[in-house]
Write a protein that binds this ligand. Structure first.
Ligand code: IMP
Length: 427
């Protein structure tokens, strides 16, 4: 594995944290390149649970370097709280093991406020964001008014840029939204203090990661969210504000596209989504409830109940193809034990036409008809199994059927939250 991209193929929450933590055992460097504290990556090691939002999932492996690259929107308060929390538990986090790009954009209180206030104005068209300020921070980046980590380290520059940004934001907060404006002096003081704490971690992470690659180090790129939430290729406008797959790496980490050696997708054995937007295979009734209960499907970041549905082979095939995946990991297979029958979405009827292609214009999915195929389920707890041949026959049949529908090999199965609960099929 000289360099490996690991990304979600559905609407996030595919179990990337666990798989990245596991694969990080064979990596020297783990790089986050997009998203922010909207992500919630959960890892369970020897029964102990860790939820990370910004620090990459290699951090539990001593000596692994963890990089928060330039494409991440960093909430410095959240990042430092995670560092403190990890250190309190005895996890080593130093300026060597955690590297933060000086070029990463920052999320401030006004971004979090604008996120919530704008959602309110969207009414029925609201996105259901995590409220972490992601959209407003990336909007400022594109509008060239954002502040970057490097700006925090220079108090004069920070003062000039934050004052200009806040003058405009405060006017909007107060006059458009009728909310309380922020105190510029307090925001400035807090920003400079945060910069001082971040200083030991900050550097040119793009140059560092490129040098690591040239030196033969093994690099793992950690995707957050999932392809169906990609700003360009997902279910726009019900998406996050970054490129969530392998395509996000070159820009988001300063890493040459041709040096990404392998790409592995992660998808659940069924589907979930938090927030609003199209979800063709959603199950509104009892079966959806049963999946939510069996999979404990509540958001790791917001605690919101996740919408649940059958595996969508159309969406996953699209996400894997878009990212040139060499293989994928099917997670949460254990959650499907005990269902009499399992269905999979194999085609949509869009505008009266039967198609197995994901539509380029997502509104076409509104009210689209979904075609399913069904197979018998299996009984019994499979979470303790470690060999593929020990799985119930119907579980193997389900895996192989889905693999065929999707057309990309399943290289690993995840059958429980713990790092050890996997069945390898080549990865
Ligand atoms: P935002 O990223 O907070 O702006 O939210 C935009 C959409 O992406 C909302 O539907 C969120 O629920 C969803 N979203 C963002 N991050 C995640 C994640 O890590 N897992 C699942 N959904 C997410």
């Amino acid at each position: 594995m000289p360099s490996l991209s690991v990304f979600g193929v559905q609407w996030g929450d595919e179990g990337k944290g666990k798989i990245i933590d596991r694969l990080a055992a064979d990596a020297d460097v783990v790089v986050r390149y997009q998203g922010g504290a909207n992500a919630g990556h959960t890892m369970v090691v020897d029964g102990e649970k860790t939820v990370l939002h910004l620090v990459p999932c290699g951090v539990l492996h001593p000596g692994t370097k963890n990089v928060v690259a330039n494409g991440v929107a960093i909430d410095p308060i959240q990042l430092l709280a995670e560092v403190d929390g990890l250190r309190e538990r005895g996890v080593e986090v130093t300026g060597e093991t955690l590297r933060v790009s000086s070029g990463a954009h920052l999320i401030f209180e006004h971004h979090r406020q604008m996120d919530r206030l704008s959602e309110h104005w969207l009414g029925d068209g609201r996105i259901g964001t995590t409220g972490r300020g992601i959209g407003p921070a990336y909007a400022d980046k594109a509008s060239r008014v954002g502040l970057r980590v490097g700006d925090l380290l220079d108090p004069n520059r920070c003062r000039t840029r934050l004052s200009a940004a806040l003058a405009e934001k405060n006017a909007t907060i107060e006059r458009v939204h009728g909310a309380q404006p922020l105190d510029l002096d307090a925001e400035l003081e807090s920003a400079v203090a945060l910069g001082d704490r971040l200083r030991p971690f900050v550097g040119d992470t793009g140059a560092e990661v490129r040098a690591d690659y040239r030196a033969g180090k093994r690099i793992l790129f950690e995707g957050a969210q999932g392809i169906m939430l990609d700003i360009d290729h997902g279910t726009y406008p019900f998406v996050t504000s970054s490129n969530t797959g392998t395509a996000g790496i070159p820009a988001g980490a300063g890493f040459p596209p041709g040096h990404i050696d392998r790409a592995i997708g992660i998808a659940k054995a069924y589907c979930t989504r938090v927030g609003e937007g199209p979800f063709p295979s959603e199950l509104a009734g009892e079966v959806g409830e049963a999946i939510r209960a069996a999979g404990n499907e509540y958001g790791a970041t917001t605690g919101r109940p996740r919408r649940c549905g059958w595996f969508d082979a159309v969406a996953v095939r699209y996400g894997l193809a878009l990212n040139g995946a060499d293989g994928w990991v099917m997670t949460n297979l254990d959650v499907l034990s005990g269902f009499d029958e399992l269905s999979v979405a194999t085609a949509y009827v869009v505008g009266g036409e039967l198609t197995s292609e994901y539509p380029a214009h997502p509104p076409a999915l509104d009210g689209c008809e979904v075609r399913y195929e069904t197979r018998p389920g299996w009984e019994g707890d499979i979470s303790g199994l470690r060999r593929y041949e020990d799985l119930p026959e119907n579980a193997r049949a389900y895996v192989e059927w889905v693999e065929e529908l999707v057309g990309t090999p399943i290289v690993m199965l995840s059958i429980g939250p713990d790092r050890e609960q996997v069945i390898s099929r080549g990865l």
